[in-house]
Design a protein. Structure first.
Length: 426
């Protein structure tokens, strides 16, 4: 039996909490800080994931056996190393700081891919000292132009610009502090054309791994993939283009070289690797690495895991993932639709009451930006408020169920895209 502490507060953490709560091996689940939805699956505690002394105190006070880092910030800042000193013996799902640099530094990730022959876009890293060389590199590329802040920028550090002069001006703005310290270095990338997908690897530091079902998310706020980028407006699992042939290429060309590279560099990576991929005419290429599960992809992936996930996470943390039974995957499709606050991803209001049916019979509601007031009313507390996920034999049926359930949930200025998974329907 295991006492588990999950760090995070979003839809991803709600979906992981939901899945872990079903495990017969779970003695107690705590979520720090959690949201109004996670409280149905465990106990929320008022601890910030990056407040490492408070995390370590919770581990000691609550007798935690396993810590799972839901989001990237505590990993990039070194929660694994901190707990190794402050709470020796506790198991941790998530890499140390060096491994977390795969997400924390675009420059580190691109150089890593170059060293191990992992297919990705051509690139150049620019800082204040080589701006002219960066502009010359932009001259060699065809539009559009991709500029990425090197560090973490809360999902906002990527610009895709059609005009060359604007791209050069934006490069200088980024280096001048547009994204704070995150854009002290900027990675310029060749634009890749294709359809994106997310592949999730669980690995234990030895080179052994398990794959979760792939997913596709929808980043733009507007239907038809228009408007501003968001944290994600929905997801489908599995996307039909992720065929057995495509996934075999992903494993051969990306997963195994990535794990071999980590091992060659002495990086004891125990956790999730999220491969942000693009299918370029049947050939997978890496757009980015993340060091945790995606959101809202997690809300589409977790419902498809039919067996107990906890033993796999424990074995991963112990460094012997192959000793866990293979995960069973539900053959049905899952479609997740996100409901956001009006105005998101720009200015939006918080504190609106959420009403309606939050426990639909044929779907699962995962809370993201929610909180509960003293009277138990559920209120909006973020831009992305909640997701509805549904399983069905086809993508079309799953999408219909999610939209049907979403129609019975209400809050002021609620907005959802109506075209999630549309390209795979009909």
């Amino acid at each position: 039996m295991y006492k588990v502490l999950l760090l995070g507060s979003g839809g991803r953490e709600c979906a992981i909490s939901w899945k872990l709560s079903q495990s017969p091996l779970l003695e107690k689940l705590y979520i720090a800080p959690g949201n109004a939805g996670t409280s149905a699956y465990g106990t929320n505690i008022a601890v910030k994931p990056t407040d490492f002394p408070a995390v370590a105190k919770a581990v000691a006070d609550l007798g935690i056996d396993l810590v799972i880092a839901g989001n990237e910030d505590p990993l990039v800042e070194g929660v694994r190393e901190y707990l190794a000193q402050a709470a020796p013996g506790v198991l941790v799902v998530g890499p140390g700081k060096v491994g977390a640099a795969l997400e924390g530094s675009k420059d580190f990730a691109k150089h890593f891919m170059a060293r191990y022959g992992i297919p990705t876009a051509r690139y150049m890293t620019v800082n204040a000292d080589n701006v002219a060389e960066g502009e010359a590199f932009l001259d060699t590329l065809a539009a559009p132009y991709v500029l990425k802040a090197d560090g973490l920028a809360a999902g906002k550090g990527v610009l895709i610009i059609s005009d060359l002069a604007e791209a050069k001006a934006s490069l200088r703005e980024m280096l001048g502090g547009k994204f704070g310290k995150a854009s002290a270095k900027v990675v310029i990338e060749e634009f890749l054309s294709g359809i994106e997908c997310s592949v999730f690897v669980l690995t234990d530091g030895t080179g052994q791994y398990r794959l979760l079902p792939p997913a596709k998310d929808y980043k733009r706020i507007g239907e038809g993939d228009t408007g501003l980028n968001t944290g994600g407006m929905g997801a489908v699992c599995p996307p039909p283009f992720c065929t057995d042939e495509f996934m075999a290429k992903v494993e051969e060309r990306i997963v195994r070289p990535t794990l071999s590279g980590l091992k060659a560099e002495g990086i004891d990576y125990r956790g999730f690797i999220f491969l942000g991929l693009i299918d370029c005419g049947g050939e997978p290429m890496v757009i980015e690495y993340n060091v945790r599960m995606g959101d809202p992809e997690t809300e589409a992936v977790m419902p498809r895991i039919a067996s107990d996930l906890l033993p796999t996470l424990v074995a991963l943390a112990k460094g012997n993932i192959n000793e866990a039974a293979p995960l069973e995957i539900d053959p049905r499709a899952c479609v997740t639709v996100m409901a956001v606050a009006g105005g998101y991803p720009e200015a939006y209001r918080k504190g609106d009451e959420i009403t309606g049916n939050l426990q639909p019979a044929k779907s699962i509601v995962f809370h993201a930006g929610t909180t509960a007031d003293a009277e138990g009313h559920i209120l909006t507390a973020g831009g992305r408020v909640l997701t509805v996920s549904s399983l069905a034999p086809t993508i079309a049926e799953a999408a219909a169920l999610s939209y049907e359930a979403l129609a019975d949930i209400h809050f002021a200025d609620k907005y959802s895209r109506r075209d999630i998974a549309h390209e795979f329907i009909g």
